[in-house]
Design a protein around this ligand. Structure first.
Ligand code: URA
Length: 433
């Protein structure tokens, strides 16, 4: 019997012309790309075809499974901490602006009795990545092996690591999407998030699905469909999964970038920080602990009494980071001031994300080094009073030439107005498996 063999142009053409990819074609193309026999240019063309044509639920499910099968699956079921099995739970966000929640959240969940094997990502498109942010802490490394992840789970309750051998197909595809304008695709987001998370060995999963201008999917209906798709993928793999739909019209908090977001996360862990960041961190911690079956004290107390900060220090120290060393600062800054008095109106999250990316916090080529100090501080949040001449935003970069393009992104993205903008709920809804 002759074995049917696939070739990349045929697979690309099928999707380009609006067809369905068969299970075998998906398995073949993911495996061949992971091994390097399908090239970046061919995968880039296929990703663009998927971006334009979409995939149905069965294709997404198979694409996700093929990405999981491209690497190994972790199993922490035999691990113990203080003689007890671990309550393993993880969270993943679909990508936002100023979304530093993972940083305080992991430590908070650990402080309340959970254990978090957090496979995290780098920046993608206009959104920042947890790993790029954490690597601005002097000495911190996310490139840790399985043995260290296991040891940290037992000793400090969490590890925040680059996915490495977990879903290596996603690692390659993620980096390619970042530089080929193919990030904003429901099938590609769902399969990227869920392949890492299902390979990671958590017993429960909370997904922060962003809704609004700063989310990858701009239409609210698409965010709902993304949430339903990912919850169904979790359920199909037997992992209790809950999606929390949250507002991403405005950036979260006052800091957007790499080191500046770590600094804001430290404020939250010290019991302060912006209200929205604190509220979302505490709400997601409650969801994670409930789903993991941990009958814990209120997470808000663990922020107030410093135990979450203690957990964060222990995680960072285990990964080589030194929190006593100063965080990197950019060499150049530029401040935007208020043209008039009034109230700060809405601030467009997508424009801020693009501005910060232009300042050097994200990449234009795969593997590029990001600027740790690049970012932006928002001095007046929507609804806050403004006097003429007040500082509104400060932009930070090591490359002064980047300031002009960043300011151009902010053009028309904010205004000072007479009345406070309409307030929106931060947490829109929840969907559970
Ligand atoms: N997070 C991921 O891991 N992948 C995406 O595509 C978006 C957010």
């Amino acid at each position: 019997m002759t074995q049917f063999t696939f070739d990349a142009p045929t697979v690309i053409r099928t999707k380009r012309d609006g067809g369905r990819l068969t299970d075998d074609a998906i398995d073949w193309v993911i495996d061949a790309y992971t091994r390097g026999t399908v090239g970046d240019e061919q995968m880039a063309a296929l990703l663009m075809a998927i971006f334009l044509r979409g995939m149905d639920r069965d294709e997404i499910s198979r694409w996700t499974a093929a990405m999981i099968n491209s690497g190994e699956r972790l199993d922490f079921s035999e691990l113990r901490r203080d003689g007890r099995p671990l309550a393993l739970v993880d969270k993943h966000s679909t990508g936002g602006v100023g979304d530093k929640i993972t940083i305080p959240l992991v430590a908070l969940v650990v402080a309340c009795g959970g254990a978090v094997p957090q496979a995290a990502g780098r920046g993608l498109g206009h959104t920042g990545g947890t790993l790029d942010k954490l690597e601005s802490i002097p000495g911190f490394t996310a490139e840790i092996g399985k043995a260290q992840v296991r040891q940290q789970l037992c000793e400090v309750g969490a590890a925040i690591f680059a996915a490495g051998d977990l879903a290596p197909a996603d690692r390659k595809i993620y980096a390619l999407r970042d530089v080929t304008a193919t990030t904003e695709s429901l099938p590609l987001i769902a399969s990227s998030v869920m392949s890492k998370k299902l390979a990671e060995g958590a017993d429960a999963l909370v997904l922060d699905v962003k809704v609004g201008a700063g989310a990858f999917l701009k239409k609210e209906q698409e965010s709902w469909e993304l949430a339903r798709t990912m919850v169904a993928l979790g359920a199909a793999h037997g992992i209790p999964t809950r999606a929390v739909l949250t507002d991403m019209s405005c950036p979260l908090g006052r800091a957007v970038g790499n080191a500046v977001e770590v600094a804001e996360s430290l404020e939250v862990l010290a019991g302060g920080g912006p209200d929205d960041v604190v509220a979302l961190t505490v709400a997601l911690a409650r969801d994670m602990l409930e789903l993991a079956g941990v009958d814990a004290r209120d997470p808000a107390d663990a922020l107030r009494d410093g135990t979450a900060m203690d957990s964060f220090r222990a995680i960072v120290t285990a990964q080589g980071g030194d929190l006593r060393a100063p965080l990197p600062k950019a060499t150049h800054s530029e401040t935007v001031t208020a043209p008039r008095g009034g109230t700060m109106g809405d601030i467009d999250a997508l424009a801020v994300g693009m501005a910060v990316w232009r300042l050097g916090a994200g990449r234009t080529a795969p593997g590029e080094k990001v600027q740790a100090g690049a970012g932006m501080l928002i001095h007046r949040r929507p609804g806050e009073p403004v006097a003429a001449g007040d500082q509104l935003f400060t932009l930070y970069t090591d490359t002064p030439d980047r300031v002009g393009p960043a300011l151009a992104e902010l053009d028309g993205a904010w205004n000072v107005q007479d009345r406070a903008p309409e307030s929106r709920p931060l947490i829109i809804d929840r969907i559970s498996s």
